[in-house]
Ligand binder design. Sequence first.
Ligand SMILES: OC[C@H]1O[C@H](O)[C@H](O)[C@@H]1O
Length: 236
Amino acid sequence: MSVTVVGSLNEDVLVAVGRLPGRGETVIGRSAVLAPGGKGANQAAAAGVLGRGVHMVGRVGEDPAGDRQLAALAGAGVDVGLVHRTPGAPTGSATIPVEDGTGENLIVVVPGANAELTPGDADVESVRRAAVVLLQLEVPLETVTAAARVATGTVVLTPAPPRPLPATLTDRIDVLVPNEHELADLAGVEVAERPAAELARLARSIAPCAVVVTLGARGALVVPPQGRCCCRRRRP
Ligand SMILES: OC[C@H]1O[C@H](O)[C@H](O)[C@@H]1O
């Protein structure tokens, strides 16, 4: 089965801290390590270690960080032929303090070359023909929308980081995979632990497709598609 990921590649700076800093606060970290990251590249690497036929569409800079991201992804078995080097833009980066014990983190992303990924970059055979297209929101929304529009396979969107989703995008998605915070953000309500029925109601309010709400240690909630799910439209 072919899987194409359209999305971000970042170089992560993972900083181990005893506790996360508050606003305006300085804390001393224990260590800092570079690691390959980006919500798109992370999905591609996970799919790549599971099997062949995984392709990544994205952008990195013409810098050593870009070399490292391409090497890491290729090492995970991902075809990086559609990851373009972008003159004048640095490879995306993310600074991530991670709290000892809890694993809680904060993420600050500087998009760099990810912001240069164009709708034209996504309008390629690899996206059109993939059995599954995986999308997230760390690249321009118009590029995510273009990928969803040309795809003929199953389109899966992880709405992270969350931002308002136009109907031109939600109408082309088969499966939306938010966590609780992203679901609340998209639905425009306060984040709070909510019962399953309430989560399902919020999910139905943001997209007609199937919604899988990830709930951390509590598992996931699967909300079936409503009548006008686009996968039925493309493959009657
Ligand atoms: O979800 C984790 C990822 O978010 C950001 O994209 C970081 O690069 C990190 O790898």
